[in-house]
Design a protein around this ligand. Sequence first.
Ligand code: SF4
Ligand code: SF4
Length: 442
Amino acid sequence: MEGLTKKQECASAFDAHHAPSKAIIEQCVHCGFCLPVCPTYVLWGQEMDSPRGRIYLMKMASEGAAEMNATWVSHFDSCLGCMACMTACPSGVDYGKLIEATRAQIERKTERPSGEKRHRRFMFENFTQPDRLRRMRLPLLVYQKLGLQTVARGLGLLKLLPKKMQTMEALLPKIGPREVVAQVTPAVGTKRRRVGLLLGCVQREFFSQVNAATVRVLAAEGCEVVAPQEQPCCGALLVHAGEEAAALVLAKKTVEAFERANVETIVTNAAGCGSNVKEYGHLLRDDPVYAEQARVFSAKCKDISEVLAGLEPRAKRQRLKLRVAFHDSCHLQHAQGVRLQPRALLSSIPGLELAEIPEAAICCGSAGIFNLVQPEAANALGDRKAQLIQPLEADIVATGNPGCILQMQSALARDGQKTRVLHTIQILDASIRGESSGSLLR
Ligand code: SF4
Ligand code: SF4
């Protein structure tokens, strides 16, 4: 048991399995430095929807002074898990560990309404399985290519669908050709590293061009790239939603797949997945078989921008005359502490002008499944971000997470902006391949 003594456990609303750590809860000195960066506090100004308020609610529950009733749960459901509060906190409160433990308790100890349960099950069963996502590609391709999407949106027919389906439809990516990444891609020239690539689920099926660009750039920079085809979903969505048991199964399979690949570094290019796999050591900490393997695995994981920042550039960057606004994904900037490296990559491209988006610390509203389960709040955050981007007159918004790409595309379109949203690595890949700026804008 973690966080609770035997006596506290009797009074606590939490069960004994990985209860939110009392020691971390006590580290919060209620200073409020985290409030201005917390998206839900920014939107609603309610103490209980701030990091400080949520930590207080955890404390009350752990002391048996609050029940885990629907109101209590709602304050945690509305947390985006963006970790902006961790970056802002001068006391080093590890809110990430607290919210992960709290959410697992909620899923074990409370019962969600049946409609909500069905919706969550649909997302977890489909979004964590690449083969199921692949089967969705054809109907979606037909829907888009035959112009049915344009007609349905234009005539307002989507309003006839249930709200949850409307929300998903609004976030659909543009379905393009599926680019398959080889099991092993040799380095161009002398090999400098042998790296593995985490393919992701949504990334693999709906942003396969991002994986393909990642492999090309790594190879051009002298890396042999191994992409184990048997790797499952890493379980990020499940961990962030408190579905601990299912997440552990996927974590173990992922560790095994990369052990067989025998690589020095495991490259991630989806910030949500990256922050998850870097925490496998914690997730599997008390597993008698996998604890040590998971710790070793996590220590090898790096975002693509971190990997490239550690390699002296070898491939020549060609000129791209573009103005690019960089959008920090929360799971990159707050959860992984990666802010400078993607900016440095973009700045290394001749002709490219980098623009900073104000309020960079605040989430765009994507946050795993947040924009599907809390669409009003997610849209409000997306709209706020779109309005901050508009005066920058950028050609492209660059970011490092597929969820942010979908959320920003949808928010910019709602605001009538035509700015494209791309992964940072796609821009670097285009520069190395000598493509024109125009090719990125189509
Ligand atoms: S994780 Fe984000 S939404 Fe949740 S309390 Fe922290 S800042 Fe607020
Ligand atoms: S900044 Fe840290 S210590 Fe201060 S209220 Fe927020 S979580 Fe607590």
